[in-house]
Design a protein around this ligand. Structure first.
Ligand SMILES: *[C@@H]1O[C@H](CO)[C@@H](O)[C@H](O)[C@H]1NC(C)=O
Ligand SMILES: *[C@@H]1O[C@H](CO)[C@@H](O)[C@H](O)[C@H]1NC(C)=O
Length: 554
């Protein structure tokens, strides 16, 4: 027994490789805990990729409209404050239920709820009309309560894959949605129903045309999608649609949009398939063969794990995080084969499918998947990542049932403020070995966000530590002369239990809204130039090197 332990200890100590040996970091932690030493190398001379300035975008799940009164939650001043802070961003309205929704104009279904006093529109300026659409506090409280029950209902439907056909929505829902997008400076993408089909299994555009006509009459700025996860139409609705037919349906939609004065140049994105594999790959290629000239970007969906089976270990596993990279290469290869130069988006994406993993997808632990996805997707050349969801049923939302921000909201907000669209190269000096503990330290590098006042040449290093023990990042000579603004996110609870927490601290201070319309100031800790950085165990961090003078970021 003793000799076995000895062998294990020896083999652990053999892992460290040149330039990345374990040291006890007494300065930072005073505990003598061995920290993971990781050496970084960077290239500040050139941009590897440039992503859309709306790279981090969010979705509202179409299930919100399953009962139309819940669309009123979009009038919550708190939700609007939170959303606006994430702009510039796309706001996708879509998901499974978009293919069961029918526009039913001229019927205000909500009168019975006493919500019809504040009709939107009119001649008021945009500021006024935003104020007018705000939800009164009492009504917000009532809706939030009812929303909890509604979510249970929606989840049951999802589990059984039994969807009510032809859920009707009115002009009022469209008004609330476009008002939300407009008042938060987000660019709305509306997902149309592709399961409205003729007896020849061709998309029946009649309902979409009446919706588009209504939106045009209101001068609503919208871009469009058609259908959600068509690869599972058979399971959800007993309908099979081939990729090439779907492509032709998109061409049809593009023609309808081109006939419109307002939408003839607007965005159209698709086919929003689940992670392409097996027959889904054929569906994607068939779609692109007939439909690629109709779209502005090719969208696909990604989740790491099944929400019903996922464990905490999955959320902090380097192998699970790496699996996204394989998927991205596969999809990009497929897309480039048929449509070279076509942009590719994660059109819907989160940690775990099936509504998220209970107790994890809305907890601090989810941040590792989220930040790593943002880092990896940008580095590998995806243009936009749409987070499922800002608000909607499930547990992968960015706000909780009281519409208060969850840890991934704060992470998204920091990303928006600190990270620019230009991707730079950073590498960990690792020796091979999948079990190398240093794989638990992950890093990405961008130019700093110039729109937030960072000067030319500043860069932002994103770093995360999936291990319980701290890490010490040794900086290359190009970065060590710069002052650093450090933004370190940690759970408000220590150790592994903290990964389940729904609260997060920035530089050891709990993050909370000051009131429904005021976010706290997000302040970095100023660190003097040094040759290393300390990264606590289970932490997510942004380090802005304000004086890096990166040639690529001028
Ligand atoms: C919001 O509406 C105003 C005026 O109605 C318009 O100028 C602006 O472009 C709209 N913004 C968005 C994001 O749609
Ligand atoms: C398309 O849908 C409309 C409205 O539901 C219906 O009136 C029309 O007959 C349908 N057209 C075809 C060709 O199925």
């Amino acid at each position: 027994m003793i000799s076995l332990v000895a062998i294990l200890v020896v083999s652990v100590q053999l892992w460290p490789a040149r330039g990345s040996h374990d040291v006890a970091d007494h300065d930072a932690f005073g505990t003598g805990v061995r920290s993971l030493e990781v050496d970084l190398s960077v290239d500040l001379s050139r941009i590897v990729r440039e992503v859309d300035e709306r790279f981090l975008s969010v979705a509202i799940d179409a299930s919100l409209v399953a009962e139309e009164k819940f669309m009123y939650m979009l009038g919550s001043p708190k939700l609007r404050t939170l959303a606006k802070a994430l702009s510039p961003s796309y706001l996708r309205f879509g998901g499974t239920r978009q293919d069961f929704m029918v526009f039913n104009p001229e019927k205000y279904l909500m009168r019975s709820h006493g919500c019809d006093q504040q009709k939107p529109g009119s001649s008021a300026g945009p500021e006024d009309s935003c104020k007018k659409m705000e939800l009164p506090t009492l009504l917000e409280a009532r809706l939030k309560k009812q929303w909890i029950q509604q979510q249970a209902l929606l989840r049951k439907e999802d589990l059984q894959m039994k969807y009510r056909r032809r859920v009707k929505f009115t002009e009022y829902s469209v008004d609330l949605l476009t008002s939300f997008a407009n008042c938060t400076d987000m660019d709305l993408i509306f997902g149309l129903n592709a399961l409205l089909r003729t007896s020849d299994n061709i998309w029946n555009s009649s309902n979409a045309r009446s919706l588009i006509k209504y939106c045009e009459s209101k001068q609503y700025r919208i871009s469009w999608e058609l259908g959600n996860e068509p690869n599972s139409y058979e399971k959800k609705a007993g309908v099979r649609v081939s990729g090439s037919q779907l492509g032709e349906d998109f061409v049809n939609l593009r023609e309808i949009l081109q006939d419109s004065k307002l939408y003839h140049n607007t965005g159209l994105y698709g086919p929003d398939i689940s992670q392409p594999r097996d027959h889904r790959k054929d569906l994607l290629q068939g779609f692109l063969t007939t439909g690629s000239q109709a779209i502005n970007a090719c969208t696909w969906h990604h989740y790491y794990v099944n929400g019903r089976e996922a464990t905490l270990a999955d959320f902090i596993s380097p192998q699970v995080l790496d699996s996204l990279g394989l998927k991205i290469s596969e999809v990009l290869e497929s897309v480039h084969l048929v449509s070279p130069g076509m942009r590719s988006w994660l059109g819907e994406s989160s940690s775990a499918y099936g509504g998220g993993a209970e107790g994890l997808s809305d907890a601090f632990a989810a941040g590792f998947m989220w930040l790593d996805k943002l880092g990896l997707a940008a580095k590998m050349g995806l243009d936009v990542v749409i987070r499922q969801v800002l608000i909607g049923s499930g547990t992968y939302h960015l706000v909780d049932d009281n519409l208060d921000p969850l840890p991934d909201y704060w992470l998204s907000l920091l990303y928006k403020r600190l990270v620019g669209p230009e991707v730079l190269m950073v590498e960990r000096l690792l020796l091979a070995g999948l079990q190398n503990p240093r794989r638990k330290v992950r890093v990405y590098l961008h130019c700093a966000n110039r729109n937030r006042g960072y000067s030319k040449g500043a860069v932002t290093l994103m770093a995360m530590n999936l291990a319980a023990r701290p890490s010490r990042l040794t900086l290359p000579a190009l970065l060590s002369p710069s002052t650093v603004e450090a933004f370190v996110l940690q759970s408000d609870q220590p150790n592994e239990a903290g990964l389940y927490s729904r609260s997060v601290m920035l530089n050891e201070k709990l993050l909370q809204m000051l009131d429904d319309q005021t976010l706290p100031e997000l302040k970095g800790n100023i660190l003097p130039p040094a040759d290393h950085l300390s990264l606590p165990g289970f932490s997510l961090a942004f380090f802005v090197f304000t004086e890096a003078e990166a040639a690529a970021c001028q």
